[in-house]
Design a protein around this ligand. Structure first.
Ligand code: WTA
Length: 637
């Protein structure tokens, strides 16, 4: 069977084959990778425990696929380009040979510091090449990386380090983002007070911010590299990994409790991210791929590091933000490096749109051939602007839907092949079997239906477990509907069979493409000394997609309300990070609760949306009067 997709008919043929013979399909895809030992069996699965295993018995190391295997023919090809935050600073670029050298070198530094297969290593770094090098070096020696986004607070880091029992942390003195310096090592120092498992911190020099270096625990990245040089830069053979050995943990928010550690494994993750990168973007040798995400999120893991490198692509990594020093920054980068594929988030597009045409003056953008969108629904206005102003009407847009739990893209057009429709993620990729179900769990057959989005057959990149708590994985994703993976998203399938994601149906909100659990924000707000109770909902926000709206009941303190509001914001920034700060805080004397004490979030959502005419039935409330007061307060806010 020829699995190449050069036309829409090819797509349909390959898709049908992948559903009829999933094991043969994925076996053939996996054959395009380098395995130390071939698998004995392609797949074993059930969604009840759940227990999903791909490429059983296979041995591999993902870094041999991302680095070593390109050395024979493409050693001098550019693997990675890095654009610094400050456009005046010199860029850096690495050929496959150079990147291989750096990864092996740092892998040896990790080993010199006692790291070994199976250890959990926390990485809290700015978007510099050493972040990608650290990630790959962990994979090289079989250590499990847990990358924490540089915007999270000390408390969030401590929670993640403790959950995974990391023994080593890799960080930097600080990081540059736009006009800000972020004191990463100081934040790590605050976190580590609560973390007994950590015995070594490797610190890269970036900002030269003063940091405390504790004897016997903290070492400089540069010194550790020197030691490896004096050892004569020995090779670091890639650790043989079982297909189902964990590759990494990445924490993500759900509707309840603290963020959970999503676990992905070596074989399936490699095959899925490599295949989807090549297929969705129709990557052609020599093209420059620019994914604007941070490596602290799944998009960066899969489409800055692993996916592009496993396919021998040139990946571009950017340290800064789209609006600094001005709102033309992305376009300067595109022109500077002749970027072909641009993969960004709707929130960035909307934000850049709001600056008008001026930042586009003098930018050519003529190298672009394909555009991608990820992380949240893209509204039609943003889609058209992206298409016309950036793609000049000649670049297909791939609106890619997927999640941290999925490893890679599940529903998306294939660039230049699937006819697109603004706002639609269109059709499932080969090997992906989505379905829509109603509240009772019955599958909705046919087109022109909407319901909850589930996937009824495993794909190689599906979540294997939540670290240290398999039951939580089962409850969250596999217990709502029998024999299905539940995504948490609502979805419409139109008359053409095209999928349109309508947003989360649970208590997860998507702020600027970042996933935040309302329960997490409530817990953080409730930590404030004057707060009795709170309820957090999302509401439509012009730039961020969704904003955070908090209803807060205060105690008897006589503090000024405006000061208290600021203190609450500060508390949330301390407990979670600045990304979780509410956009609006409304003080209320009560919350709409049912007689059994459950908060009716539906009503709070409507009020936050400003849709007060349609509050629905409020007669079951314990005290319907609070609704009037909240409506009034919202209008005054
Ligand atoms: C949302 C990011 C609409 C969705 C890769 C999902 C999207 C959540 C899209 C996962 C899209 C992601 N259209 N919604 N193209 N892509 N989402 O884990 O609600 O950070 O469940 O993964 O983002 O967010 P996560």
């Amino acid at each position: 069977m020829d699995l190449r997709i050069n036309s829409f008919d090819d797509y349909k043929r390959v898709y049908d084959y992948s559903v009829a013979e999933p094991e043969n399909f994925w076996g053939s895809v996996a054959d395009t990778f380098y395995w130390q030992k071939k698998w004995d069996k392609v797949l074993d699965w059930n969604f009840t425990e759940p227990n999903v295993k791909w490429f059983i018995g296979g041995k591999l190391n993902i870094t041999e696929n991302c680095l070593d295997r390109h050395l024979e023919k493409n050693a001098d090809k550019t693997a990675m380009i890095w654009e610094p935050n400050d456009p005046e600073e010199h860029y850096r670029s690495f050929s496959y040979k150079e990147l291989h050298f750096k990864v092996v070198q740092f892998a040896n530094a990790l080993k010199n510091n006692g790291a070994k297969k199976g250890d959990r290593i926390c990485i809290y770094m700015p978007m510099v090449p050493e972040l990608a090098i650290a990630v790959l070096a962990c994979a090289r020696i079989g250590a499990i990386h847990s990358v924490v986004f540089g915007g999270f607070s000390a408390q969030s880091i401590a929670d993640r380090i403790n959950d995974a029992q990391c023994n080593l942390v890799i960080t930097a003195d600080g990081g540059f983002r736009g006009s800000k310096d972020i004191p990463l090592k100081n934040i790590i120092d605050d976190a580590i007070v609560q973390c007994r498992s950590v015995n070594r911190i490797i610190v890269l020099t970036r900002t030269r911010t003063p940091v405390s270096m504790i004897k016997g625990r903290d070492v400089w990245w540069e010194d550790e590299i020197k030691k490896v040089e004096t050892q004569g830069n020995p090779d670091c053979p890639a650790e043989p990994m079982d297909s189902e050995d964990p590759l990494f943990i990445l924490y993500t928010s759900g509707s309840t409790g603290k963020p959970k550690g999503v676990v992905h494994t070596c074989g399936g993750y490699m095959v899925y991210t490599g295949y989807t990168f090549k297929t969705v973007f129709q990557y052609q040798p020599g093209e420059v791929h620019f994914c604007t995400a941070d490596i602290g999120w799944i998009t960066g893991h899969s489409y800055i590091v692993y996916g592009p490198l496993s396919q021998g692509a040139t990946t571009l990594m950017f340290e800064g933000v789209p609006t600094w020093p001005d709102a033309g920054r992305f376009w300067d980068i595109v022109d500077k490096y002749k970027v072909n594929i641009l993969y960004t988030a709707p929130t960035a597009i909307r934000s850049l749109m709001s600056f008008g045409e001026e930042p586009l003056q003098g930018k050519h953008l003529s190298s672009l051939t394909k555009l991608g969108s990820v992380g949240e629904p893209i509204n039609e206005e943003a889609w058209h602007w992206y298409n016309e102003k950036i793609g000049k009407g000649k670049c297909p847009i791939v609106d890619t839907w997927w999640q941290t739990e999925n490893s890679g893209i599940l529903i998306s057009p294939i660039a230049g092949i699937t006819p697109t429709k603004p706002g639609y993620a269109t059709l499932p990729l080969p090997g992906v079997q989505p379905c829509l179900v109603d509240e009772a769990g019955a599958e909705l057959i046919g087109n022109g239906v909407s319901g909850n989005l589930c996937i009824k057959f495993p794909w190689p990149g599906i979540i294997r477990t939540t670290y240290g708590d398999h039951e939580r994985c089962r409850l969250t994703y596999f217990s709502t509907y029998k024999n299905m993976y539940f995504t948490g998203d609502g979805c419409l399938r139109d008359e053409d069979g095209y999928y349109r994601i309508t947003g989360r149906v649970d208590d997860v909100i998507n702020v600027s493409g970042h996933r935040i659990g309302t329960a997490e924000v409530e817990n953080a707000i409730n930590m404030h000394a004057d707060v009795v109770e709170s309820a957090v909902v999302g509401y439509p926000h012009d730039i961020k997609g969704q904003g955070i709206y908090a209803y807060v009941i205060l105690g008897t303190s006589t503090h000024d309300h405006d000061l208290t509001r600021r203190d609450i914001l500060q508390t949330v920034a301390r407990i979670i990070g600045a990304i979780a700060k509410p956009d609006k805080i409304q003080f209320v004397s009560g919350l709409p609760k049912t007689r059994s004490g459950k908060i009716m979030r539906r009503i709070l959502r409507k009020i936050a949306e400003g849709d007060i005419a349609n509050l629905g039935d409020t007669s079951t409330l314990l005290d319907p009067n609070v609704v009037e007061e909240i409506k009034q307060g919202a209008a005054d806010l």
